[in-house]
Design a protein around this ligand. Structure first.
Ligand SMILES: Cc1cc2nc3c(=O)[nH]c(=O)nc-3n(C[C@H](O)[C@H](O)[C@H](O)COP(=O)(O)OP(=O)(O)OC[C@H]3O[C@@H](n4cnc5c(N)ncnc54)[C@H](O)[C@@H]3O)c2cc1C
Length: 406
């Protein structure tokens, strides 16, 4: 009899798991359950081409034009409400019971909701799903001004898209600078300047103290410094939290993310988990990542393991972001105290900042440096010793550093 693998969640981790399981076991029955009633689509375009009206969410199906059905995966549109671990079955909101031999949880993350900005308030938006992107896109067309709460990666992409549409955009950031979680100060300053050049005002060190509705219908934020900032729309980009509710209710080990081992196994050997919803063993301790490539690769590896494989997952994490004409990429594992920071200035518009841990690269952030970043991935993967002065010199080819020194 063929094995039945049930996957909950239709993001890149869930779809990656379905395709990985299919590659491992051609005869398995694979069921993908997702609560968004559409063919799984990519989220990265939502804050970019979808908001600016250049694309629709369904233009980017994760599994390609044939969808998950092309890999002989059955898709079910339903919300899983419960896991019956003893009976090895999931139960949907509609009461349907679906038994499994192996279960993969790929429930992703949810918007972090700030109590001052309740969801479903007219004029206040969060962005995670296609539905939310289409609602925001419709309102951006009608609005003249936007207040963006949070200077993180996705928030700044929304700011760039709104500026491209001609809105007056103000970003409110509580920290002394933008992108504090993802890059060094110098790189953040380049990105900040690009926003300034496009007319976006970024207010750092600014704390929201209250929200008011003005008589003309606009929203106004009162800051802790007692300033009033008004706009037609408020978009909250306050990050995401792992969607671990189902796992927690089922008694699986969770700790700001579903805890998994390097095979993606949870505290129940029949249940695996992958992607944004997990916390897994990274090189510097348990870690949670929220980026596309990790979700997709983790899903693929874990799907294979759920279908009888036995491969460890050891990623070199990476992310990308597009803002105006900046293509920003991060690669590697940031460390708290890099031994050296060195910048490679490739041209006026292209640069890489390296963070070294002794003689190896721990982390690098590039702007318009796609070719170099691909090589840096290999330098990190192979733990190749590098020379900081050579990294800083754009005349020195990074490719040459891949070859062992004689
Ligand atoms: C607007 C936006 C832009 C982004 N841009 C980039 C980018 O440029 N670069 C980058 O690297 N990353 C980007 N990301 C991050 C990246 O998209 C995520 O890291 C990735 O989608 C995570 O994949 P996942 O499969 O773990 O979870 P998700 O994509 O969140 O998918 C989880 C799915 O599970 C469903 N689900 C949850 N619970 C249940 C349940 N109980 N029953 C049924 N279904 C359920 C959810 O509805 C959802 O469809 C972006 C994210 C967003 C929101």
């Amino acid at each position: 009899m063929s094995r039945r693998i049930v996957i909950v969640g239709g993001g890149p981790a869930g779809v990656g798991a379905a395709l990985g399981a299919r590659a491992q076991d051609a005869s398995a029955e694979i069921i993908l359950i997702d609560d968004e009633n559409v063919e799984p689509y990519e989220k990265p375009p939502l804050s970019k081409a979808v908001l600016t009206g250049k694309a629709m969410p369904q233009d980017a199906p994760i599994a390609g034009p044939k969808g998950v059905a092309g890999a002989n995966v059955t898709r079910k549109a339903a919300r899983v409400a419960e896991i019956d671990r003893a009976g090895r079955a999931v139960v949907t909101n509609g009461g349907e019971r679906i038994p499994y031999d192996a279960l993969v949880l790929a429930t992703g993350s949810r918007n972090r909701i700030l109590p001052m900005f309740p969801e479903a308030t007219p004029g206040i938006y969060y962005l995670r799903t296609a539905e939310e992107a289409m609602a925001l896109r419709a309102h951006l067309k009608l609005a003249k001004s936007l207040l963006l709460i949070g200077g993180g990666v996705v928030g700044l992409e929304i700011a760039a898209s709104a500026a491209e549409l001609g809105l007056k955009v103000t970003v409110i950031e509580i920290a002394p600078r933008i992108l504090a979680r993802v890059c060094d100060e110098e790189t953040a300053a380049i990105i900040h300047q690009a926003h300034r050049d496009h007319g976006v005002a970024i207010r750092t060190d600014t704390v929201c103290a209250g929200l008011q509705r003005l008589p003309d219908g606009r929203l106004a934020i009162v800051t802790k410094a007692n300033e009033t900032l008004a706009a037609d729309l408020v978009v909250v980009g306050a990050g995401a939290v792992p969607d671990e509710a189902l796992a927690k209710a089922a008694g699986l080990a969770v700790q700001d993310g579903i805890l998994v081992d390097d095979r993606g196994r949870t505290s129940d050997p029949a249940i695996f988990a992958a992607g944004d919803c997990t916390r897994f063993a990274g090189p510097h301790g348990p870690v949670r990542l929220e980026n596309w490539r990790h979700a997709q690769e983790h899903g693929a590896a874990v799907g294979r393991n759920a279908a009888g494989g036995d491969a460890a997952y050891n990623p070199v994490p990476s992310y990308w972001s597009e803002q105006y004409d900046l293509y920003i990429q991060g690669m590697g594992w940031p460390i708290a105290a890099p031994s050296t920071r060195v910048r490679r200035k490739i041209s006026d518009t292209a640069t890489v900042m390296f963070e070294l841990d002794g003689t190896t690269i721990a982390y690098a952030v590039g702007i318009n440096a796609q070719r170099d970043i691909a090589t840096i991935r290999r330098l990190i993967e192979r733990r190749i010793a590098v020379d900081a002065a050579e990294l800083a010199d754009p005349a020195k080819q990074l490719n040459a550093m891949l070859k062992p020194k004689s």
